[in-house]
Design a protein around this ligand. Sequence first.
Ligand SMILES: C[S@@+](CC[C@H](N)C(=O)[O-])C[C@H]1O[C@@H](n2cnc3c(N)ncnc32)[C@H](O)[C@@H]1O
Ligand SMILES: [Zn+2]
Length: 191
Amino acid sequence: MDAPSDNKPTANHLSPKLTVRLCSDKPGQGVFAVEPVEAGEVVAVWGGRIVPAEIAAALPPQTRRYVVQVEDDQYLAPLDRIDPAELINHCCQPNCGLQGQITLVALRHIKPGEEITFDYAATDSSPFLEFECACVKQPCRNRVLADDWRRDEVQAANRGHFSPYLQRRIDAAAEAKETASRPVLRSTRSR
Ligand SMILES: C[S@@+](CC[C@H](N)C(=O)[O-])C[C@H]1O[C@@H](n2cnc3c(N)ncnc32)[C@H](O)[C@@H]1O
Ligand SMILES: [Zn+2]
C-alpha cells in the first residue's frame, strides 16, 4: 500500500509538526519531528476500520503490519491506503505514549529530527503482530512480543499509557495477585 500524495481527506490525523521519512535503522518509513513537540501534545489520532482477530490475522503481511489492537478481539485496520499517521514505528524507549485507544501524545519534549515512536506493547497483545525489534535505543527487548505488556518494566515505563483493554488486564492481574497474597482468616468462634 502506498502513502497518500494528494490532499484527499484521510482516516487519520497527524500533527503538522511531523513528516514521513525513510528510517536509517528500522525497515521502511517512519515519522519524524520537523518542529519541536511539547510534552502532552497530541501527535496522532488513528482511524480506519474495525475488524475481529480472525480477519486481522488473515490480512496480507503488507497490510497487517499497520493493524493496531484496540480491544481483546477488535483491531483497527487501514482503509484502502496507508496514511502518514500509520507509519509510526515501535521503540522500546519511546518518546510518545497512548492516550485512550487511538490517540498518541508526546511523553516529553521532542526535538526536530527525532523519530516519533511508541511502545507497541501498550496496544498490541497478539502473536500475529510480533516482530524483531531494530530500535537502537537501549535497553531493547529485541523482539516485540504479544505478552510484553505483562513485563514489570514495560508496565512501569508505560504506566497511564496502555490501551484500556490492556489496562483492564493489568488491573485484574494485580487484583488477583493481591487476593492470593491475603491471609485466609478463619473464624475461631465455636457455635
Ligand atoms: C505501523 S508499521 C510502521 C511503519 C513501517 N516502518 C513501514 O514503513 O511500513 C509497523 C511495522 O513496522 C515495522 N517496525 C516498526 N517498528 C519497528 C522496530 N522498532 N524494529 C523493526 N521493525 C519495526 C514492523 O514490521 C511493524 O510490523
Ligand atoms: Zn527495541
